[in-house]
Design a binder for this molecule. Structure first.
Ligand code: ATP
Length: 363
């Protein structure tokens, strides 16, 4: 296993825009700890596969270094990096039995059968493949085959890391959850460094201890699921994580206080607004907005008058879409709460209201 250190990585596939190289990765600095589980999360085209290929050795970066423990592996081929990879589509030998498929990476490296047999049986048990060990791989369903791929990645004890590139894409939705939980359990039992690429936030947040959110060739935040939810460092993280995502609203400096379309808003930021530059925005999650209670809160000066546009009742709670000026705002309201029909007004929880300048949070 290895600690992976990415230093000032940049990558351009050779294309240019206006004479400047067009970077698929703009600059990545990261340390992924030995034995950790990480998910690279971001929309299509943000650079996840490029980064994965640089770490696994399929691609040499245009600039920067990849260090495994203390060894600079930037120019080393995949075969010398001791990386196991699991791809979107299962890679199995259909004519071999499940046992022989799982044993392949060990036999290929010259391990004795006395080591191969117990290890294959151990991994097969973890993946609930014991009853299929004598079957030909061709007879397994798509998820059974992907379990073999996962098993082939996990079977070696000596790997630096296992990289998963969208491994559950071909799996039926109802089995995805099961396999994801299994992977998490395997990580906890085996303690191998795991890097998991996905564009699906549920997959990333349920699998990984640390989620690396990528946007437009940059890592915009690395954090636990709770950190990404509670304190998005970039408006992209706020909006991408959560369902619905964070509301991002324009803000202005009104004599040293934050305003949103003329309403004064308290935020968690302690910054001196006079020194702030750039485009100001506030971010507030739907979970932290509530309607003003006319009885107890009628004089609340930071209440924002709104028009109710739509109510989606999801059984346990309601997602309410409201409008202030031309801005749509989503809030989550408890199921039993009756939504005010006369002059509704909303308030933001000040401790959960974040201030952003040029898309980056202001502490
Ligand atoms: P997806 O989820 O769709 O796989 P991704 O986040 O993995 O997307 P990458 O595949 O790393 O993103 O692509 C990042 C950028 O690099 C994109 O703009 C893409 O068009 C470009 N790119 C990727 N591979 C190549 C290539 N071989 N040649 C030129 N440009 C490429």
């Amino acid at each position: 296993m290895a600690r992976i250190n990415l230093q000032q990585l940049k990558h351009s596939y050779g294309s240019t825009s206006g004479g400047e190289p067009d970077y698929a990765l703009k600059e990545i600095n990261a340390v992924w700890e030995d034995g950790g589980s990480y998910a690279l999360l971001g929309p299509s085209g943000c650079g996840k596969t490029t980064l994965l290929n640089i770490v696994s050795g399929l691609l040499v970066p245009s600039e920067g270094k990849v260090i495994f423990d203390d060894v600079d592996v930037t120019n080393m081929p995949t075969s010398e990096r001791n990386i196991a990879q699991v791809f979107q589509f299962p890679v199995v030998y259909d004519t071999m039995t499940v046992f022989d498929n799982l044993a392949f990476p060990l036999r290929n490296r010259g391990f004795a059968e006395s080591e191969v047999i117990p290890r294959v049986n151990e991994i097969a048990k973890m993946l609930e493949l014991e009853d299929s060990l004598k079957k030909r791989a061709a007879r397994l369903t798509a998820d059974g085959k992907q379990k073999i791929s996962l098993g082939r990645g996990l079977v070696r004890k000596d790997v630096s890391a296992i990289m998963f590139d969208e491994p559950l894409t071909v799996i039926d939705p109802h089995l995805k959850w099961k396999l994801r939980s299994k992977l998490k359990e395997l990580h906890q039992r085996l303690g191998i460094t795991m890097i998991y690429v996905t564009h699906d936030q549920t997959e990333a947040l349920t699998f990984a201890e640390q989620v690396v959110v990528m946007h437009d060739g940059l890592v915009v935040q690395t954090g636990t699921p709770v950190e990404l939810f509670e304190y998005p460092k970039h408006t992209f993280v706020g909006n991408f994580i959560g369902s619905p995502g964070m509301n991002i609203l324009p803000a202005e400096n009104i004599n040293g206080e934050i305003g949103f379309e003329g309403c004064l808003i308290k935020t968690s930021s302690k910054a001196d607004l006079q020194t702030l530059q750039g485009k100001l925005e506030i971010g507030i999650r739907p979970e932290f907005i509530s309607f003003v209670d006319e009885c107890s809160d009628s004089n609340n000066s930071s209440a924002i008058p709104v028009e109710i546009i739509r109510v989606n009742d999801l059984g346990k709670f309601k997602i309410v879409e409201v409008k202030h000026e031309q801005h749509l705002i989503k809030l989550i309201s408890p199921e039993q709460y009756s939504i005010p029909s006369l002059s509704p007004r909303i308030i933001f929880d000040p401790d959960k209201t974040r201030l952003y300048a040029d898309s980056w949070v202001v502490d």
